[in-house]
Design a protein around this ligand. Structure first.
Ligand SMILES: [Zn+2]
Length: 268
């Protein structure tokens, strides 16, 4: 189910947040958008859309904007004429190095993304739409977080459960009453018990992947940057906060913006 939300706080900037741009990304981005409360938004009008699965085509390819979802997004931009346009994306953690690599310029023709912190990446939006549909002053941002593969997460838990069933030789024959009963030996129940027993939680679910990637820290950083964007009154305030919080990253962003959009383009 696609998700839509409109927050009307009267006079002020118009903001457009879009998640689920392509592929399965909407499954990851929706929880962040849903978790926002009324007080997280600035004055003005905020429109939030999160889309379901569509075929994965990169937004730096022309073909994307020829698809149904691509056209829908262009129409939303034309309709709302936002002062802030924010795309929420997610990426496979395996691609982290590629996305931030300076080689991205040669291989993809776009600047690398910038790691804000905790594997949350930021960049402008696709060059195909940046100048065509927005004013120079519009704040256009792409925010990326490692995708949460909900299916994978549960598959992991299922396989852990199977290991435990094997290890403790749990069969219907040796189930004792008061321990695990036939009534509660549903898979979900065992999983739930093991989640508690083995301290499987969002803190450590994805730690062991060679990237020092910590799910909860990423979540916090991602939600925090979304909330900065939802709360600021204008571009100036956004820049001030970002320069203070992420000086090095802003410096890089300014450099990349100049490279791709020219000297006169506003910083960040
Ligand atoms: Zn994406």
């Amino acid at each position: 189910m696609s998700y839509y939300r409109f927050i009307d706080k009267g006079e002020g900037p118009t903001k457009l947040f879009v998640g689920g741009i392509h592929g399965h990304e909407g499954e990851t981005t929706i929880d962040f958008l849903k978790s926002m409360s009324y007080s997280d938004f600035s004055n003005g009008k905020t429109f939030i859309y999160n889309f379901d699965y569509t075929e994965y085509i990169s937004t730096i390819k022309k073909e994307y904007y020829e698809t149904k979802i691509g056209k829908t997004i262009i129409n939303l931009i034309k309709k709302h004429k936002p002062d802030f346009y924010i795309e929420l994306h997610c990426y496979n953690i395996k691609n982290y190095e590629n996305l931030i690599s300076p080689n991205r310029r040669e291989s993809q023709g776009v600047p690398p993304l910038i790691d804000l912190e905790n594997h949350v990446l930021i960049s402008s939006v696709s060059p195909l739409i940046r100048k065509k549909y927005f004013k120079m002053e519009t704040v256009c941002k792409t925010l990326e977080i490692p995708c949460i593969n909900k299916k994978l997460y549960w598959n992991d838990l299922n396989s852990i459960t199977k290991d435990i069933i094997t290890k403790y030789n749990i069969t219907k024959g040796n189930i004792t009453k008061g321990n695990i009963t036939e009534d509660n030996i549903t898979e979900g129940n065992i999983i739930k018990n093991n989640v508690v027993k083995y301290n499987i939680n969002m803190d450590n679910a994805n730690e062991d992947n060679g990237n020092n990637y910590h799910l909860k820290s990423s979540f916090n950083t991602y939600l925090n940057i979304i909330k900065i964007l939802s709360k600021v009154k204008n571009r100036d305030e956004f820049q001030r906060i970002m320069i203070k919080k992420y000086p090095k990253q802003v410096e890089l962003a300014v450099k990349y913006a100049k490279e791709i959009f020219g000297e006169k383009f506003p910083p960040f």
